[in-house]
Design a protein around this ligand. Structure first.
Ligand SMILES: [Zn+2]
Length: 439
């Protein structure tokens, strides 16, 4: 920082900085050798999402349309084994192209500023309608004619009834609130008579304004939709193919967390994944591996700064004290970091080959009732059983020279999201096509 005003200002601030050699040595001393499990999943699903916002016409740059593309790639370990020739660092491009065939992309188009969808009175009203239309149609369905859609997942994770206190249009609070159940996912407001949708409970529209920049609403939508789509796939497999599910891994791009207005569903996803793990356990199967992999953000920046001091094959749980001292650089604002948003625990993991990752794994508990106790227990690796080792094995297996600190499935999903031109109305037939027996 060359500007003396800025330098002076920074003197009064707390922020993340490079650790000194002594500091790094003491931090590194708290790392452990990373566990191995050596049993790999059979199939891996990776997801990646990208948002786009564009003026519809160069002459009217403030009239914007937003779209979000979410890609899922399914990799069968059998196929992947043959990806690069033995002893070669390079992958066979034809085989990579083949893997793209096992990918699906769904796109969602949403109105941005200055656009009123289907005759809505405001941009926000049109946005609510568009979110409902697109999250309730066949687009997010994994099995035709079933409730294995995002719409079904929203109801299921709330025990069949989603409640909402007030009308998103006029603010009226009907006695008992709105109660959305299957087949009653759209209800007129008794006061203003406008339609209120089940998906309004995600509250993403609250960030929409008629003329302002609506990028953050798109980002929130993307984040919630990606996690809900993966959850829908896991739900569907738990129902039809529990055995296949138990030998699968799911890798999401970013932390296992839902940010902003829809954050509430992070609590629901936590209980969903734990419920499914319990169900599989009863049936004699291990839970699927679910990983949130972070490419950037504070934890990753910290991990990179520490990287040169860390021995290969080491890891550490990012507990709240560690996060406060070395990552955020200030004392905690809450009794439990990420209480409102996270459903998975971050771990820093450096592989045998020296690449560094921030890996999120679902908390092994169904709820967060007692904040202080939860903050302690979420950082106790004993509660995770072999989940940490199984997740690390997936990363070890897929780390790749071609992509810095990324794993192949995510890189493929990312590439797919940027190249695929699949029309938005497509049903997700990934699983069906791969003979998991879902029709
Ligand atoms: Zn109303």
């Amino acid at each position: 920082m060359k500007n003396p005003d800025v330098a002076g200002f920074l003197q009064d601030c707390v922020y993340m900085r490079e650790p000194t050699d002594e500091e790094a040595a003491s931090i590194v001393a708290t790392y452990q050798p990373a566990p191995l499990n050596l049993s790999l999943p059979i199939k891996i699903v990776a997801s990646d999402a990208s948002p786009y916002s564009e003026p519809i016409n160069g002459k009217f740059p403030s009239t914007q349309i937003g779209y979000v593309k979410i890609s899922l790639v399914l990799i069968d370990l059998k196929d992947y084994d043959g990806l690069s020739k033995p002893g070669s660092r390079f992958v066979d491009p034809f085989k990579v192209a083949e893997m793209h065939r096992n990918a699906d992309a769904i796109s969602f188009t949403l109105p941005g500023s200055n656009i009123r969808y289907k005759g809505a009175k405001t941009v926000q009203a049109g946005f609510r309608r568009a979110v409902w239309d697109q999250l309730s149609d066949e687009r997010t369905s994994f099995a035709k004619g079933t409730d294995f859609t995002v719409r079904g997942t929203l109801l299921d994770i709330d025990g069949g009834t989603v409640e909402m206190k007030k009308c998103p249009v006029c603010g009226f609070e009907p006695s008992g609130g709105f109660k959305f159940i299957q087949e009653k996912e759209i209800q007129p407001c008794p006061d203003c008579n406008e339609d209120v949708y089940l998906t309004d409970s995600l509250r993403i529209h609250e960030q929409m304004s008629d003329f302002g920049d609506n990028t953050s609403a798109m980002t929130r939508f993307m984040n919630a939709a990606e996690h809900l789509i993966v959850a829908t796939l896991v739900r569907m497999l738990a129902h039809y193919q529990p055995k296949a599910l138990s030998s699968m891994a799911f890798i999401l791009d970013g932390p296992l967390a839902i940010f902003g207005q829809p954050a509430r569903i992070s609590f629901r996803l936590l209980s969903l994944y734990n419920r499914i793990a319990q169900q599989l356990k009863k049936q004699g199967y291990p839970p699927p591996i679910i990983i949130g992999l972070q490419k950037d953000g504070q934890v990753m920046e910290h991990a990179r700064a520490l990287n040169r001091f860390l021995p290969n094959n080491s890891y550490r749980v990012v507990d709240d004290t560690y996060r406060e001292r070395f990552i955020i650089g200030t004392s905690a604002l809450t009794d439990n970091f990420g209480h409102e948003t996270y459903y998975g625990q971050d771990f820093i993991f450096k592989t045998e080959k020296g690449r560094i990752f921030t890996v999120g794994i679902p908390y092994p508990f169904g709820d967060k009732q007692n904040r202080k106790l939860f903050a302690k227990q979420k950082a106790d690796v004993a509660f995770y059983g072999d989940q940490i080792a199984r997740a690390f094995d997936v990363i070890r297996y897929f780390e790749f020279d071609l992509y810095e600190n990324a794993v192949v499935p995510i890189a493929l999903a990312h590439r797919h999201a940027s190249i695929s031109l699949v029309p938005g109305g497509k049903v997700l037939d990934l699983v069906t096509r791969h003979g998991l027996g879902i029709s």
